[in-house]
Design a protein around this ligand. Structure first.
Ligand code: NAP
Length: 250
């Protein structure tokens, strides 16, 4: 039997781990798709394609043209547009879709979290909590903070496009970050409140641990609604689902 073709919509550590596992398995061929947002991306094992598909129709056409048997949406929990496109495109192409998404974070003892629904609300809540903010959000959320008077620390892999907060300092860095490093950063810049998205996962949780240790408030932006598709939280579960689903279709 020929190997099953899996398209992994990537850009996350989970997607790279899944691609590595599928690449090792002779039952699969794997292609990972990256948006092309980062100038020098971390490349996964297997085939890689880079750049948008041109909406849901473009993605459906790509799936039909590349002998794809299943799609795994392993994109970042806040990448809502590509996730919606994946649902529409797999429906149109008649292919199974799985969402691989790490769970969100849970508030624990010592945390001072303020959950908000979106970046705009975060931009109105955070300045009430401190005059020196660390905006540990994605670059796409920064325009929501363009009107704030507070001083803002920004961190990104590549320089974010404007508009940006009027008074800011930009650190160019790529995670994962350690708790020691995050604590030192918060102290160095005398941060009074942290703004982050509920991305979940261990790789980006160090800033929340550091904020808890320093007693700092955190404004946590909730995830957009999950896409309407079967969903798992780990790579082993995704492999199991793929094996079962593709066996049933053959
Ligand atoms: P988005 O708003 O959901 O997507 C915007 C457009 O970018 C999509 O309509 C699609 O263009 C293209 N796109 C997004 N992900 C793609 C992928 N994996 N392969 C091909 N095209 C893709 O996404 P985003 O928030 O800009 O995130 C872009 C990528 O960065 C995602 O792959 C995500 O996993 C990764 N990432 C995002 C974040 C974040 O905070 N949002 C954090 C870490 C990593 P077309 O309509 O032309 O196909």
């Amino acid at each position: 039997m020929s190997p099953a073709g899996v398209l992994v919509l990537g850009g996350t550590a989970e997607a790279r781990r899944l691609a590595a596992a599928l690449h090792r398995d002779p039952g699969f061929t794997v292609t990972t798709s990256l948006a092309g947002r980062v100038a020098v991306p971390r490349l996964p094992c297997g085939e890689v394609r880079i750049g948008g598909f041109g909406g849901a129709d473009g993605l459906a056409a790509w799936l039909r043209g590349h002998g794809t048997d299943a799609v795994v949406d392993a994109t970042h929990p806040f990448a809502a547009r590509i996730s919606a496109n994946a649902v529409a495109a797999t429906t149109a192409a008649g292919l199974p879709l799985l969402v691989l998404r790490r769970p969100g974070w849970t508030e624990g003892p010592g945390d001072r979290w303020h959950r908000v629904p979106d970046a705009a609300t975060a931009a109105s809540v955070a300045p009430e909590l401190g005059d020196r903010l660390f905006l540990a959000t994605g670059s796409g959320d920064l325009p929501a903070f363009a009107g704030v008077d507070a001083w803002c620390l920004l961190r990104a892999v590549d320089p974010p496009p404007p508009p940006l907060p009027r008074r800011h300092h930009l650190v160019l860095a790529r995670g994962p970050f350690t708790t020691d490093g995050e604590r030192a950063l918060l102290r160095e810049h005398r941060i009074e409140a942290l703004v982050a998205r509920d991305s979940g996962g261990e790789l980006t949780a160090a800033k929340l641990v550091a904020a808890r240790e320093l007693g700092l408030p955190v404004v946590l932006i909730d995830r957009p609604p999950a896409p309407p598709a079967p969903s798992v939280t780990s790579v082993p579960e995704a492999l199991e689902w793929l094996a079962a689903t593709l066996a049933a279709r053959r």
